[in-house]
Each structure stands twice: as C-alpha cells, then as structure tokens.
Design a protein around this ligand. Structure first.
Ligand SMILES: Nc1ncnc2c1ncn2[C@@H]1O[C@H](COP(=O)(O)OP(=O)(O)OP(=O)(O)O)[C@@H](O)[C@H]1O
Length: 352
C-alpha cells in the first residue's frame, strides 16, 4: 500500500507543528522520520495513522482518500513506545487480541487464530513464552510481542513511534535487524519515527529529515550522508566540528589558527569538518595550522575518539583516529598536537 501525504499542515494553538508538506511513500517501502525533538515527526505519524486530523491537505492509502476515515478503518498496525501490552492477558492473548476484536462476520475461526498467532510467535522467537504475562518478560521481549500483535491483523501499513527508544543499545540493535527481516518477509509499508540517526540510516530505504515542522530532505541513507541538502542535514546526521573565522589572504583565519582554501561565496566565514576527516600530527601542514590540546581520549570502538580544545574553537572538537595512530602518537590528556584536515564542507547559513 503506498501512502501519499499532500499539503498536510497542523497547528496547536500558536505552535505550527507542521507547515504544509507533501510526501510519497512507495508500497513496501520502509521510511524513517528523523529529526530533533519538536520537529513534527510524531504529529505527521499520527496524522498518517488517523489519530490526529490535519488542518489542511489529504492522506491517501493507494488510491483511497483516507483523510476522513477513522483510525480503526484504516487497517494500520501500530507499535508505540508507550503503547503498553494488556497486563492481564498472556502473550498469546495479546497477539490474538486484534483478531478476536473483529466483528463476527470478519473474525477468523479459533483454529485460524491459533495458527496465525502461533506462526507469529515463532517468527519473533517467543513461542516458548506464549503463556507468560507481559510482566514476566524483558523489555525487548515485550516489544517483540507488541510487534507480533501489530502484525497479527495483517496491516498493509505499519507505523512505529520510537519503538525501541526505551531499550538498551544491544537489544535495540537486535530488534532493528529483526524488524527489517519481518518487513521483507511480510511486505508491508512501514513508517517509523526516531531521533536516532544511526537507527534511521540503518533501517530505512529512505529517510525523511525534519526540522521545525518542515521536511529538509528525503533521500536514501547513502545519498543523505554523501550529499546533504543543507547545513542542518549535515550537522544532524553526524558529529560536526566547526571552524569559524575571517577570510584573508587565501586563508580562513581565527586567532593563530588557519586553513588555506579558495574563497567560498556560499559560506565565506565557516567550514564544517567530520571527526574522521581530521588527522592528528606532531607538526603543522603547509595547508593548515590548527594547534590543539588533548582533553579526553576514548579508545573504545573501531576508532579512537579524541576530544580537543584550543583558544580558537567555539566548542571542543572531536577527531577520530585509528588505533594504529593512537599507539604511534600516544595522545595523553594535556598533550599538544596539530590537526590536518583531509576534507571540509561549506553550506549556506541556516535560515531558521
Ligand atoms: N497535542 C498537542 N498540543 C499542543 N502542542 C502540541 C501537541 N502535539 C504536539 N505539539 C507541538 O507540536 C510540535 C511538534 O511536536 P511533535 O510531537 O510532532 O514533535 P516530534 O518531532 O515528534 O518530537 P519528539 O521527538 O520530542 O517526540 C511541538 O512543538 C509540540 O510541542
């Protein structure tokens, strides 16, 4: 089922939660709505679900205009972070609930319900726990029940609002993979809300980046990361170091620091750099003079993250260096080095 959002807007009193925006989600696609708190992600999801009415615009599922169709008749499945399971019902009954609640004419037989629930519980690897109550499950297991419950009614559209928000990092990672597999097996169209960049980039076919009730960019994760449309998208998608200064004599300068570069009309006074685009060295380069002092070192992970300070910075910078360079340079707290950038980025200033 494709979803078409056309010129949808929504205000709450004086707050504009959504400026008129449009979005086309293809059948079978998995789309992540990504943005900072208050950017309008949940409002957009709730309007697609039918839990909230837009002030203007329309929502179509395929050719069907569902703008004024009640949530119960839209045949969407939900998984919300705080959309708790029924506490007094077993895992099995929680998953069966949506089927049993159907009007008699549409309700499957008890045997069919049993088979379908059984199959779903196997898919989420909870068949052994079918008789337990939700309180006897871990948080990750509960979210798997919530997903099975949403899928039991065979929705063509699955909507998820921060579904794994409350879980620890490892369980999150496991559930993400598992959601992706189910998505491919069942072929539904999914829209999920997250403020976690990594989650959006890993799960989505396309990501919708939002800020202040507007869509900043809609693209595949790769295209978003490689070709961000603007400064906001660049900054939001990954850690960013900022060098601000004045352009003089072929260099962008700030205090005793400078980077040699061609003049830029779009952003003459600023460049942005990712942590992995910086090299830590013991001597300055002919193209850049960026003296820094090591403030903290975190050698956990595939790279070593080094936090750096200097008088010429607005806020501390982050460089990520290889373990090999870390062993060679031994950057202890308080030690002085230079940074050599391999690449930088320039964008027009943000307007809002
Ligand atoms: N029921 C409501 N009444 C008043 N204001 C609301 C209501 N729902 C949302 N808003 C406002 O609309 C804006 C968008 O909120 P929304 O919940 O859609 O953002 P979000 O991107 O999902 O944020 P978060 O990640 O914090 O959930 C915010 O400024 C919010 O305060």
């Amino acid at each position: 089922m494709s979803i078409t959002v056309s010129d949808v807007s929504r205000r709450f009193g004086n707050t504009t939660a959504l400026h008129p925006l449009s979005l086309e989600i293809k059948k079978g696609e998995m789309v992540g709505l990504l943005g900072p708190s208050g950017s309008g992600k949940t409002t957009l999801l709730r309007i697609i679900a039918g839990l909230e009415a837009p002030d203007s615009g329309s929502i179509h599922f395929g050719d069907r205009d569902v703008t004024h169709v009640h949530v119960r008749k839209r045949r969407v499945g939900f998984v919300f972070q705080h959309y708790a399971l029924f506490r007094h019902m077993s895992v099995f009954e929680n998953v069966a609930f949506g089927l049993r609640a159907r009007p008699t004419s549409e309700r499957p037989s008890n045997a069919e319900i049993r088979d379908r629930v059984q199959h779903l519980l196997e898919r989420v690897r909870l068949d052994a726990l079918a008789k337990r109550l939700p309180s006897q499950l871990s948080g990750g297991q509960q979210q798997r029940v919530a997903l099975a419950r949403a899928l039991a009614v065979e929705p063509e559209v699955l909507l998820l609002d921060e579904p794994f928000g409350a879980l620890d990092a490892r369980v999150r990672l496991e559930l993400r993979r598992w959601l992706r597999h189910l998505h491919e097996e069942f072929g539904f169209t999914s829209v999920f809300v997250t403020h976690d960049q990594e989650e959006a980039l890993e799960l989505s076919d396309r990501v919708v980046v939002m800020s202040n009730g507007k869509i900043e960019q809609i693209d595949t994760p790769q295209a978003l990361y490689r070709a961000p449309a603007n400064r906001f998208v660049f900054s939001f998608l990954g850690e960013t170091n900022r060098f601000g200064g004045e352009y003089r004599e072929g260099k962008l300068q700030q205090g005793n620091a400078w980077i040699a570069m061609a003049h830029s009309d779009i952003a003459p006074n600023e460049v942005l750099l990712r942590p992995h685009e910086l090299m830590l060295t013991t001597a300055p380069d002919a193209k850049a003079h960026l003296p820094v002092t090591v403030d903290a070192v975190s050698p956990v992970g595939s790279d070593v993250r080094v936090e750096l300070t200097a008088d010429w910075m607005d806020t501390p910078w982050l460089a990520s260096i290889t373990h090999h360079d870390f062993d060679r340079l031994q950057p202890a707290r308080g030690a002085n080095f230079y940074l050599v950038p391999s690449r930088w980025h320039q964008f027009a200033p943000e307007t809002s």
